[in-house]
Design a protein around this ligand. Structure first.
Ligand SMILES: [Zn+2]
Ligand SMILES: [Zn+2]
Length: 134
């Protein structure tokens, strides 16, 4: 298997990023940081983001990442939907926008099928993201 040598997105060091998204050092550091946040949150389930960040000395940005990834859950909803800015518990979209995105995707796929011009299929593939809204 070929090694995927890339810059670690956290420390910028060149690393083999096949299994983890960070280099070995960052994965280890991230695990420790995560464990600290997780443990503190388990003992203080109602804690706010700012308070949790102060007590654990972990940046709010990092804690927000963990929430976004669904690794921890906070009572305070600190994430917001990318589209409508509604407060959400995890991920990037609220349930309504997620549904709408799914519908839009299905619609765009079926409209491509309807057109069905074999010669244009390569072009259609790159263009399908830019479907105009009605
Ligand atoms: Zn790193
Ligand atoms: Zn939304």
């Amino acid at each position: 298997m070929q090694a995927a040598l890339k810059n670690c997105p956290r420390c910028r060091k060149i690393a083999n990023l096949t299994i983890y998204k960070f280099c070995d050092d960052c994965v280890r550091e991230d695990e420790e940081t995560y464990q600290k946040v997780y443990d503190y949150l388990r003992e203080n389930p109602g804690i706010s983001l700012v308070e949790l960040s102060t007590k654990t000395e972990v940046s709010t940005k990092r804690i927000t990442e963990y929430v976004k990834e669904g690794r921890i859950q906070m009572v305070e909803k600190i994430l917001s939907c990318k589209i409508c800015s509604e407060k959400i518990e995890k991920g990037e979209l609220c349930l309504i926008c997620e549904e709408n995105q799914k519908k839009a995707l299905i619609e765009s796929l079926s409209s491509i099928k309807k057109l069905d011009k074999p010669a244009a299929s390569a072009k259609m593939h790159t263009g399908q993201r830019r479907k105009p809204r009605e």
